[in-house]
Design a protein around this ligand. Structure first.
Ligand SMILES: Nc1nc2c(ncn2[C@@H]2O[C@H](COP(=O)(O)OP(=O)(O)OP(=O)(O)O)[C@@H](O)[C@H]2O)c(=O)[nH]1
Ligand SMILES: [Mg+2]
Length: 195
């Protein structure tokens, strides 16, 4: 995957703005502020290419990044941020769910969680919702740099149990140290390869 050639393509706020190319898409979802945009920067090996903020609710709209000839990465707005108005939350929710539900090009939804937190209801609901729709998902436990080795293994096991995930189906990651980057890229490439 030629990540060095990646470019930002567009930010989608309405379904009619979705690109009509046939390229496969990989979407990155998760709670607000969990580190979705930082994970993309780590994959692209670039700082601040995707806008990151310590304030939740930074990413608005569905941001499409083009990896020429290969795929689109789609950075989704985070869910579960209470300070965004109910109306905005409803609009985002509707936009994201209709995108996930109807998008023919979608190959994989990467569901990003904070390794320091216990299994959250919203993540569980998203994973279940994806499973019911037979949409492939991959869990990533990020911010691993914030925990010691022992604690990492302990929290990862708790998240696996909380979400009923096989350790084969998730990656422990850090955008700060790039831990797990190669493993994650291998899994993304695998899902794009024709079966
Ligand atoms: N130490 C550490 N900090 C991280 C990591 N990933 C993200 N952060 C920090 O977490 C905060 C949120 O990161 P973002 O990448 O903007 O999170 P997001 O999920 O895209 O947030 P929204 O777009 O608001 O939903 C920023 O302050 C990042 O620097 C990580 O792996 N390690
Ligand atoms: Mg973001």
């Amino acid at each position: 995957m030629k990540l060095n050639d990646a470019t930002f393509q567009l930010s989608v706020h309405h379904l009619r703005q979705l690109p009509d190319e046939d390229l496969p898409e990989i979407a990155f979802a998760g709670r607000s502020n969990v580190g979705k945009s930082s994970l993309l920067n780590a994959l692209f090996n670039r700082k601040n290419f995707v806008k990151v903020s310590s304030q939740p609710g930074k990413t608005q709209g569905l941001n499409f990044f083009l990896i020429p000839g290969t795929c689109h990465f789609v950075d989704l707005p985070g869910y579960g941020y209470a300070k965004v108005s109910k109306q905005m939350q409803a609009h985002w929710g509707a936009l994201i769910s209709s995108y996930l539900e109807n998008r023919r090009q979608l190959r994989l939804v990467v569901v990003i969680m904070d390794l320091r937190h216990e299994a959250k209801q919203q993540d569980r609901e998203l994973l279940l919702w994806l499973k019911q729709r037979e949409l492939p998902s991959l869990a990533v436990y990020t911010k691993a740099d914030k925990l010691s080795g022992n604690k990492r293994a302990q929290m990862a096991a708790a998240l696996d149990a909380g979400h009923g995930l096989n350790p084969e189906k998730r990656v422990i990651f850090s955008a700060a140290t790039k831990l797990g980057r190669d493993q994650l890229l291998a899994k993304l490439e695998h899902c794009l390869s024709p079966s």
